[in-house]
Design a protein around this ligand. Structure first.
Ligand code: HEM
Length: 104
């Protein structure tokens, strides 16, 4: 499914409550700079849950697409308090935005 980065920018405002795309800038959640291709739980200086750390996930676009439908389904026990986007188009859009703005 093709994502629309401009629509994704609006959706990413919800992520911005807890995340930046700035390298090294962690907030409630870890920085999402270069998240695509990264191993889960690997941002230096960020205090992850055990569930996230032990998930063994590599954040490919496909895995992010799955995760953002319902983070607690993909990573039971995660401390990410975000319900996700049931709409696949929204997930594709937010991933397109992340990819074009420092997430890849
Ligand atoms: C973790 C993406 C919204 C809080 C993560 C991770 C990703 C992600 C990919 C895993 C990072 C890693 O393993 O290094 C997103 C996206 C969002 C979003 C794309 C919007 C669509 C939020 C919101 C909050 C939040 C709104 C806060 C209410 C967290 C926390 C973690 C996390 C606390 C660490 C999870 C843990 O250690 O269990 N997020 N997130 N996220 N996110 Fe989000």
């Amino acid at each position: 499914m093709k994502g629309n980065a401009a629509n994704g920018a609006k959706l990413f405002l919800q992520c911005k409550a807890c995340h930046t795309l700035t390298p090294g800038k962690n907030m409630v959640g870890p920085s999402l700079a270069k998240v695509i291709g990264r191993t889960a739980g690997s941002v230096p200086g960020y205090n992850y849950s055990a569930a996230n750390k032990k998930s063994g996930i590599v954040w490919t676009e496909a895995k992010l697409f799955e995760y953002l439908a319902g983070p607690k389904k993909t990573v039971p026990g995660t401390k990410m308090a975000f319900a996700g986007f049931p709409d696949p188009q929204k997930r594709a859009d937010v991933i397109a935005y992340i990819k074009a703005n420092g997430g890849a």
